[in-house]
Design a protein around this ligand. Structure first.
Ligand code: NCD
Length: 296
C-alpha cells in the first residue's frame, strides 16, 4: 500500500457513504459473487463485507469454520481453490499469521485479508483511517495513542503502517510483554515516526492524544487462561478518563470490547467507535469496488 492507495480508498469510501444514504446502493456487481471465508469468529468484519458486496449489487456465499470441510481436515489452499471456482472476489479470515499470503499463492482472483491471526488486519486499518479523517478532518499532525494488547492485536500493526504515511506520533501503552512487536517498531523508525512506549496511560499521554485507540486483550492468542487473566482488565477507559483528554480527542476501538471501555463513554461526542463500526461498510464497499475495477 502507498499513501496514494490509502487516499484513493478514503475518497471512494466517502462516495460510498453518500451512495448508501441516497439510494442504498447500486448494481455494478450484479451477478457477481463474493466468497466470505471466515475460519475464525467475526461479527463486524464478516457482516460488513457481506453487506458491502450486497449493496454493490452482488451476492455472497459464506464459509465458516464449524460447518465447512476445514473441519474434516481440508487444507487452506484446497478450500480457497474451491471457493475461487464459484466466486469473483475472496475474503479470508484465518487464525494463523500469514494465511492470506499463503492463500494468495493459490488463487488468481482478488483476495482480501480480513485478519490473519496476530498478523495484519488491513481493511480494519483502512476503515480506521477513514474514521480518523472524518472525525478530525485531517491525518497529519496527530498523536495516536494505542492501548491494550499491541502484541497480538493485529489491527494496530496494520494501522501503524498506514499512519506512517502521515506526520503522526505514536504512543504505545501496553504491559511490557504485550508491547508493539519489534518488527513494527523498526519499520516505523525507518520511516521517521516518533514512538513512545509506556506501561501506564498517564495524564500527560492523555493530554496530548488526538486518537485514543483502545484494543481488547486477545484472549484466544494466549497459551493458557491463567496467562490471559494476568492482563484482563489492565486498562479500563471510563468517562473520567476521557474527560482528562482534549475535547477534540476521539476514542476508537475495532470492537468487540470486553470491558476495556465502560458504557458511560458511549454517549460522549468523543466516542467514535460506533461510527467507526459503521464506516467499516463504506470502506469495504470502496475496497471491493477498487479490486473489481468498478469504483468509477
Ligand atoms: C478485531 C479483530 O478481529 O482483529 N475485530 C474486528 O475485526 N473488528 C479486533 C478484536 O477482535 O479484538
Amino acid at each position: 500500500f502507498t499513501k496514494q492507495n490509502v487516499e484513493e480508498v478514503l475518497a471512494v469510501a466517502s462516495r460510498m457513504k453518500e451512495l448508501v444514504a441516497k439510494r442504498g446502493g447500486c448494481d455494478v456487481l450484479n451477478h457477481r459473487i463474493m466468497a466470505n471465508v471466515f475460519l475464525e469468529p467475526s461479527t463486524r468484519t464478516a457482516s460488513s463485507f457481506n453487506a458491502a458486496f450486497c449493496r454493490l449489487g452482488g451476492k455472497v456465499i459464506t464459509i465458516q469454520e464449524g460447518t465447512s470441510s476445514t473441519k474434516k481436515g481440508e487444507t487452506l489452499q484446497d478450500t480457497m481453490r474451491c471457493v475461487e471456482c464459484y466466486s469473483d472476489v475472496l475474503v479470508l479470515r484465518h487464525p494463523e499469521t500469514g494465511a492470506a499470503k499463503l492463500a494468495a499463492k493459490y488463487v488468481k482472483k482478488p483476495l482480501i485479508n480480513a485478519g490473519d491471526g496476530a498478523g495484519e488486519h488491513p481493511s480494519q486499518a483502512l476503515l480506521d483511517m477513514f474514521t480518523i479523517f472524518n472525525e478530525l478532518g485531517h491525518l497529519d499532525d496527530i498523536v495516536v495513542t494505542m492501548v491494550g494488547d499491541l502484541k497480538y492485536g493485529r489491527t494496530v500493526h496494520s494501522l501503524a503502517h498506514l499512519l506512517s504515511f502521515y506526520n503522526v506520533r505514536l504512543n504505545y501503552v501496553a504491559p511490557a510483554s504485550l508491547q508493539m512487536p519489534e518488527s513494527v517498531v523498526q519499520d516505523m523508525e525507518s520511516r521517521g515516526i516518533k514512538q513512545h512506549k509506556s506501561e501506564q496511560l498517564t495524564d500527560a499521554i492523555l493530554a496530548e492524544t488526538d486518537v485514543l485507540y483502545v484494543t481488547r486483550i486477545q484472549q484466544e492468542r494466549f497459551a493458557s487462561q491463567e496467562e490471559y487473566l494476568k492482563y484482563k482488565g489492565v486498562y479500563v477507559i471510563d468517562k473520567a478518563t476521557v474527560m482528562k483528554g482534549k475535547e477534540s480527542m476521539r476514542v476508537m476501538h475495532p470492537l468487540p470490547r470486553v470491558g476495556e471501555i465502560m458504557e458511560d463513554v458511549d454517549e460522549l461526542p468523543q466516542a467514535a467507535f460506533f461510527r467507526e463500526m459503521e464506516n467499516g461498510m463504506y470502506t469495504r464497499m470502496a475496497i471491493i469496488a477498487l479490486v473489481t475495477g468498478t469504483a468509477n
